[in-house]
Design a protein around this ligand. Structure first.
Ligand code: PBG
Length: 309
């Protein structure tokens, strides 16, 4: 009987669990659809209020902001410019929406000419030289109104470096969501077009995790928690439901899953072809991510699913 089936349901998908990604592009004056992510848009800095307002009306409360800057250089200096794309977007959004949870991605890849997540020397990614830059970015986001900063570059020691910088400057209450177990996945392809963050040489394998490993994810999460992460993340989500489950059972801490761009684009492609029912598979996918153990889900389907929840 349907009413009893609902009563005994173990997993419930709710709007409170959703985090909506927002791509803010400093070069735009009107929204631009991302070709590899049908129905998803980059928006101009001035549109952030509208975008967040519409989503909040649907019941979405949390947002993660990605910036596409006008200026790129070797060290990604526009990422910590107090007048940079994310800083401006944060101030706009904060002015209009005091209760929106504003999260910012902390990474260099959208801001560097080479497109890597750290500073480079030749073809080598310099972990330690990247940390002071991440500190500056986190601090400038906190100053502009971010509630949570989310370092995504998988540099060793990034969480501690950012925690220290925030605490020393009076931002003890700014939380950290770390992309702790981020795999060197092929599912990020469409994002690189969305955020204009493709790299010019090499790959991300020196800093992102080997897809064949699972124990290593637990070690990464443990380190980030020791360094002060408030929320840990597994990314991507769908091919890594086992990792979500292990992390949740081992640590019992707030856990986010990133339902990444490639997962979104697959759903869109198959739905447009008419081969699967779009809303049903979105619901099933997001439910599976929750059932696996995620408390929070970053998803490009946020608005779509919020409309039906
Ligand atoms: C930046 C970053 C990436 C994603 C989120 N932050 C890309 C990458 O690591 O190459 C991917 C998100 C997605 O695919 O939806 N480091």
């Amino acid at each position: 009987m349907e009413k009893l089936r609902n009563l005994f349901r173990e997993t419930r998908l709710d709007k409170e669990s959703l985090i909506m990604p927002v791509f803010v592009d400093e070069n735009l004056s009107s929204p631009m659809e991302i070709p590899s992510m049908p129905d998803y848009y980059r928006i101009p800095v001035d549109s952030i209020g509208d975008e967040i307002g519409k989503a909040m009306e649907l019941g979405i409360k949390a947002f993660i902001l990605f910036g596409i800057p006008k200026h790129k250089d070797e060290i990604g200096s526009s990422a910590f410019d107090s007048n940079g794309v994310i800083q401006k977007a944060l101030k706009n959004a904060r002015r209009e929406f005091e209760d929106a949870v504003l999260i910012t991605d902390i990474c260099l890849c959208e801001y560097t000419t080479h497109g890597h997540c750290g500073v480079v020397k030749g073809e080598e990614i310099l972990n330690d030289a990247t940390l002071p830059i991440l500190q500056k970015i986190a601090l400038s986001h906190a100053e502009s109104g971010a509630d949570i900063v989310a370092p995504s570059g998988m540099m060793d020691g990034m969480v501690k470096a950012i925690r220290d910088a925030l605490d020393e400057n009076g931002f003890e209450n700014t939380a950290i969501m770390s992309y702790s177990a981020k795999y060197a996945s092929s599912f990020y392809g469409p994002f690189r077009e969305a955020a204009d963050s493709g790299f010019k040489f090499g790959d991300r394998k020196s800093y992102q995790m080997d897809i064949h490993n699972s124990d290593e994810a637990l070690r990464e999460v443990e380190l980030d928690l020791k360094e002060g992460a408030d929320i840990v993340m597994v990314k991507p989500a769908l091919s890594y439901l086992d990792i979500l489950r292990r992390v949740k059972e081992t640590f019992k801490v707030p856990l986010a899953a990133y339902n990444v761009s490639g997962e979104y684009s697959m759903v869109k492609a198959v739905s447009k072809a008419g081969w699967l029912d779009e809303m049903s598979i979105i619901y099933e996918i997001l439910t599976s991510i929750k059932r696996a153990g995620a408390d929070l889900i970053i998803t490009y389907h946020a608005k779509q699913i919020a409309e039906v929840l």
